[in-house]
Design a protein around this ligand. Structure first.
Ligand code: MG
Length: 169
């Protein structure tokens, strides 16, 4: 059993995590059209991570004996000016998600749900990593500017990222 407010907050966050997956899938398509395969790989890892984030909460709501009710996923952006523009969007999006996770933690605190607080702590730590990852690539793109060979070198580096299924909770 879980407080109704807590359950609703989790369901809302599940939707946000699936939206994140959808947004990164849209960005993956953008880079695929540019034939920047390393960026495609980086976004593909991001897509899988967001799916894992959503499913972690999905499974948790069920584990607590509540019903998962899914809602419509918002249409993601699909048009960016350049790779730098994409990574500005990613960092802004992750900062938004961090604020949503903090709100979720606040609901857990307000409803005195200690178990949910412990569970949400994993997501709080994960958001630090998410912002650092996005901010790191963004900083590199800002240094690169119009240097195409540096962009291709970064593309090669981003191609090395691999997905490791997170152990959530
Ligand atoms: Mg996420």
């Amino acid at each position: 059993m879980m407080n109704q407010k807590m359950t609703e907050a989790f369901l809302d966050q599940i939707n946000k995590e699936f939206y994140s997956e959808y947004l990164y899938l849209s960005m993956k398509a953008y880079f695929a059209n540019l034939n920047l395969q390393g960026f495609v790989n980086w976004l593909d890892v991001q897509v899988q991570e967001e799916h894992a984030h959503a499913m972690g909460m999905f499974n948790y709501v069920i584990e607590r004996g509540e019903k998962v009710v899914l809602s419509a996923i918002e249409k993601p952006e699909n048009d960016w000016k350049c790779p730098l523009d994409v990574f500005r969007s990613i960092l802004a999006h992750e900062q938004f998600v961090t604020s949503k996770i903090n709100e979720l933690a606040q609901v857990a605190q307000d409803t005195n749900d200690r178990a949910a607080m412990l569970f949400i702590n994993w997501y709080i730590k994960e958001q630090v990593e998410e912002e650092a990852n996005a901010g790191g690539v963004l900083a590199q793109l800002e240094l690169i500017g119009d240097d195409k060979s540096a962009l291709f070198a970064l593309d090669k580096e981003l191609g090395l990222r691999t997905f490791v299924a997170p152990v959530i909770g």
